[in-house]
Design a protein around this ligand. Sequence first.
Ligand code: SF4
Length: 774
Amino acid sequence: MGIRDKVEQLCARMHDTPQYDTQGAVLFVDLEKRETQRKYLPLDVLRTYLGGRGANMYLLYNLLQDGREALDPEVPLIFGAGTLTGDMPAATRGNFTSRSPESDAILDTNGGDYFPSFVKRHGYDHIVLYGLAPQWTLLRIAHEEVQFIDATPYLGLDNLDLPGAIERDFACTERKDMALARITTAGENLALCSGIMGGIKAIWARGGGGAKMGSLHLKAIMVHGKPDEAPKVAELKAHNKVIGKKITSTSVIKNALKQVGTPFLYKPSRVLGALGTLNNQRTDWHPTLDADNFDPYRPGMDGCFKCPVHCRNLNDMTPEGKGGWGSAALKGLKGNASYDKAQADVEHGKQRTYNGIHNDGKFDQYDKGDGPEYVTVGKFGPMIGLKEPEHILRLNNILNDLGLDSASTGSAIAWAMELWQRGIIDARHTGGLDLSWGNYETVEKLLFMTAKREGFGDTIADSARAVERGKYPAEALDYRMAVKGLFQSDPHDARILKAFALGLSVATRGMDHLRNRVTLEINARINDDAAFKTELYGGTVAAEPNRYEGKEFAVRRCENTFAVGDSVGMCRFNTKLFNSPTTPDCGDFATQLTTATALEFTGEQLNEIGRNITGLERMINFRLGLRGKDDTLPKRWFEEQIEVGPFKGEKVDRKEFEAMKARFYEVTGLNAEGVPKADWHEQLAGATTGFAVRVELPHPLPGAPEKAIVIDEPVANVVALRDALARRLPEAREALNDHSWNVAVNGHMVLAGERDTALHHGDRVAFVPIIAGG
Ligand code: SF4
C-alpha cells in the first residue's frame, strides 16, 4: 500500500472538526500532487500519546511502509507542536519525526525558537509532508491558506541569507509575522548530518532531518502572518504563574542558564574527568574552555517564543562587539558536587584578543552569532583537539549558517581524525587534508566541503554511515562513537556515570542524552538523600554515580518525563529531572492539559503516557530492524578505562551493564528484544492502528522471545497474517514457513482454506505443531 492509500486509510479514522477547544488540525501535504487535507486526531490519541512527539509517533506508525528507505519520498516527514506549545511558559517546542536517514532508528528531533508556536497559533498541531515535489518548493501556510511556491530562487542559500530573502520577498519579519523551518545547501545535498533550521541557531539537529526534508525537495516551510492569541490563555494563566515561578526561581536556571547558557556544564564535566576528548580516547581537557572564558565575547542572551529563561548566549568577536554579559556568573556558585570550592573560585580573567581568524584585523559574518551550546563546545573543543574559545565561537557560527548538527558533524570529524591518527586513512582518502588533532584550518574548510559534499566532505556528510557507504574499511567501526548508528549527542564520557551510560544505550533515537539523561546523578545533595532519591525516581537508586544498582528506575522515570515534556512542548531545560528536581513536572503539565482540553489528566497518568510513547517508538524501531542487541554502547567504553580524575580506572563492565539493561527492560515492560511485551503491545496497537491479533508460537523464535507476537497491521485472513509475520520477523522466516504447524483461530483449528479464514481485531491465533509418530 502506497503513502496516499495509507493517508486515506488514516484519515478515515480521523475527524473533520476539533475534538477539544484548543485542538489544531493535522495538515496532510502531498508535495508531489500539490494537494492538502485537514483532519483532527481522535481523543484516544491524546489520552494515549498526547500531542507533539507522541502523536507524531502515532502518525508515523500508521503511515510507515515496511522496507522503504528513509530518503524515499513515500516515507513522510511529520512536524508536531506540543499540546501546550505557545500556551505555557517555556513550552516553545515541536518535533520533526520520520525514519532517520542518518541512523538505523527513528528520526525524532526537537526544536524551539518561534516556528512551533506559530504553527500552533495558525491552527495546526501537525504537518505531514510526503511525495517528491516536482520542483524545489517553499510551502507557505497562513491560517487556512496553503501555497506551494517555487523555491528555485532560494536554492543554494544558507541560514544567514535565506530568512532575509524571504523577508524581502514577502514583506515580513521573522519572529514578528513569520516563522520559518528551512534547510541549507547541506540539506539540499542530502548531507546526513544536516538539520532543519528554525532560527539563527535553533536547529532540529539529530537524525538527518535536513537530508530528509531535502529528499522531498522542500526548501522551507513558512508560517506567514502574526500568530493568533492562545484560545484559553486566561484559564491557563493562574497555573502558568506557578510554572513560571518554578522555572525562574530554580538555582541552576537563575545562576547559570540565564547568565551564560549551557556552556556552564564544561567545567563540572572537566573536573570530573568525564569529557569526551579526542574521540573519547581521553577524558580530560584544558580549562581554557570554561564558560567564563567566553565572557569577553558575550554581548547578551536570546530566547525562544515568550520564554522567561533566555538561555541562548550570543557571541560577538568583531571590534564593535560588546562583551562581558554574565561575566563571572558562576563565581562562588556552590551546591553541586562538581563545583568544589577551589573550582568555584577559579577566575580566568580572559581578555578580548581576537583580531580576525588570521590575526590580520579582517572580520567576516562568522565572527558574530548565536551560541555555542555546551554540545558544540564539547564536540568542537576536546573532541577534535581545539582549545581556544575563539575557534569554537567561529566554528559554531559557521555550523549555524550551514545547518549542520554540531553533535554528528563534530563526532564524524573526530572519528576521521582518530582513523588518521591510527593510519587507517591517509591523505589519499582525505584529498590531501591533514586531519591531525586540533587542525583548525582543516576543520573550518571541511565544514564547507561537507555542506557541498565536496572531496572528503562527502565522507563527513555520510556521518556514521561512512563504512556502510564504502568510505572507510570495516575496522573503522571499532572507533565509531555511536549507538544505533547515531553519534553521541553530548560531550560527556559516560564510563563513570552508569545511569548516563544506560540512557545512551537505550535511547530510542540512538546515542542521545536528551531522551533520558539522569543529569542529577552528579548532584551530591540528591545522591546523599536516599529517601528523596527513591521518591524522585520511583525506586531505590544507588547513591554512587559509578554504581549500577537501581539506575534503571532513574532512566525509566527520566525517559517518561522527557517524552511527556516533548509531547506537551516544554523545553527540556525546564522539565523536571533534567536540570533540577524542582522544575515543572508531569503534575504541572496535567493541570494545564486538563484546562486546555477539558479532559482529566493526572501526573501519574502522564508518567504512564510517557512510557507509552517510548513503547511505540520501540515498536517502530523493531519494524526498522532494531533488536535488543542494538541497545548497547561503543566498544571502547567496555574495554578501555578512564585514565584521569577522581574516577580513574572506571569503565563499563559488560556483565553489570547487561544485567542493568535487563532490569530496565523489566521495569519498562519490554521483552528481551527490547519491544513492549505482548499484552502491552496489544494495548498500544489497539490505540494506534485499531487492530491487534496475538499469535502464540510453539516455542520462542528469533525476534519473538516470548513465544508470542502481536500483528498490528490490519490483515484480512490467515494467509495475509503469515505474510505480515514474515515481514515483521525476517530472521524467523524459515521457521514460520514450517507447514507442519497447524493454525488455530480463537481455539478452532483451521483445517482448510487459510485464505477464507477471516481475522478481526482481538482474535487469537495459535500455531500448533502436528504431533508426529504414534
Ligand atoms: S530555556 Fe532556552 S532553549 Fe529552552 S525555550 Fe527558553 S530560550 Fe529556548
